[in-house]
Design a protein around this ligand. Structure first.
Ligand SMILES: Cc1ncc(COP(=O)(O)O)c(C=O)c1O
Length: 397
């Protein structure tokens, strides 16, 4: 028997269902114009929402700290891997999120997996929004706790599920900004229920940090309810422009996770250059709130530009999904946009539900009105030719 044949068969099946994935290789930094596979492209799918990946100050500080502390950390955080820089970043992010303390993980994925599996065990219950990110889902699975999945942002369904499990220890967990839909969680509703039923509340601020709230502090700032969530998780890999994950909260929470979160304990500490880039990126966001404002203005302008061209689009965040439905059509439109010089990722199953494939457009603070109108024109043309979402969405010209 050929021991590889089952893999070939599975790959063949993925291809037939338009679900086969491949990587695009970039030859430049993540800025609004990138070089990909030999050609220039307007980038409309990067998570570097505030252009920190390519910020000269961020790069210069990372280089300086690379020189000082070296390329790697040589150990895990609890052995030899904690440099002064890690502590500095933890203080900075705790202050940014207005919390007592913070802990830095190597990635956002590792943060979610480590936090959730440390806070919930067999016998506990986790209430999880149906559209939560894969790293939350994997953390729930790893914990061994029971998982009650509630309908997306539906607080009535959440309360119903809590009432079905009276008196159990547990957590309610949700993306703050949903990564593939761009909508914002009902944090007031979620924290009220957590308090009412004695549960921990947790949100994932990956796509909220640097993006929503007047100064980019995220979902709590957006709702004017700083300090209300028990466990604030986030990443440095999106608007902050670097890499790494974090959790902010009370000092007891952070001391507990430092001792219990296995993805924190059993992995070599994040490299000095990445930690330094996060410190610099965070300080840039604090010093230059105008970047956040520019991004938010771009979101408003672009949603309107799409609506005027008959494309349904609504978002208050940097993520603007245009739902196509069929996987093959979404992949074809992505290729067509690419050949016109616009890079937009087509997102398909299993990242989103089958039949809800979409173009996940994400904006940067540096996009110009010409960039935004340019993509809106080309996209409207692609969609009109396929009879998708025509009509002007009710917007007056
Ligand atoms: C909501 C959400 N949480 C967590 C992650 C994981 O973060 P990271 O890419 O830093 O591992 C991502 C993105 O990839 C995300 O979108």
């Amino acid at each position: 028997m050929d021991k590889w044949s089952w893999m070939e068969e599975e790959l063949e099946r993925l291809g037939q269902e338009s679900l086969f994935r491949r990587m695009t290789v970039f030859d430049s930094e993540q800025t609004r114009i990138v070089t990909a596979e030999g050609g220039k492209q307007h980038m409309f799918s990067s998570n570097s929402y505030l252009d920190m990946c390519s910020d000269p100050f961020v790069k210069e500080y990372a280089c300086r700290m690379l020189e000082k502390y070296g390329a790697g950390t040589g150990g895990s955080r609890l052995t030899t891997g904690t440099a002064h820089l890690h502590v500095q970043l933890e203080k900075a992010v705790a202050a940014f999120k207005k919390r007592e303390a913070a802990l830095v993980f190597n990635t956002g994925y590792m943060a979610n997996v480590g936090i959730i599996s440390a806070l919930a065990q067999k016998g506990d219950i986790i209430y999880s929004d149906e559209l939560n990110h894969a790293s939350i889902i994997d953390g729930c699975r790893l914990s061994g706790a029971d998982v009650a999945v509630y309908r997306h942002s539906d607080m009535l369904d959440l309360e119903r599920k809590i009432r079905e499990n009276p008196g159990r220890r547990g957590i309610i967990v949700s993306d703050g900004v949903f990564s593939m839909d761009g909508d914002i969680a009902d944090l007031p509703g979620l924290t009220d229920l957590a308090d009412k039923y004695g549960l921990l509340s947790m949100i994932d601020e990956a796509h909220a940090t640097g993006v929503i709230g007047e100064t980019g502090r995220g979902t709590e700032e957006y709702y004017g309810m700083e300090g209300k969530t028990d466990v604030l998780m986030g990443t440095f890999s999106k608007a902050v422009g670097s890499e790494g994950g974090f959790v902010c909260g009370s000092s007891v929470l952070i001391r507990y996770l430092l001792n219990k979160a296995r993805s924190f304990i059993f992995s070599t500490a994040l490299s000095p250059a990445s930690v330094a880039a996060s410190i610099a990126g965070l300080s840039r966001i604090e010093e230059q709130p105008v970047r956040v404002k520019r991004l938010q203005d771009n979101v408003r302008y672009f949603c309107r530009a799409l609506q005027k061209r008959g494309i349904r689009a609504k978002s208050g965040t940097a993520v603007i999904p245009v739902i196509i439905g069929d996987e093959k059509t979404a992949a074809e439109i992505m290729e067509e946009l690419k050949s016109s010089g616009y890079y937009v990722s087509a997102i398909r199953y299993p990242t989103v539900a089958r039949g809800s494939a979409r173009l996940r457009i994400s904006l940067m603070s540096s996009h110009t009105k010409e960039d935004l109108d340019g993509l809106a024109d080309v996209l409207a043309d692609c969609m009109k030719r396929r009879n998708l979402q025509t009509g002007n969405g009710g917007v007056k010209e």
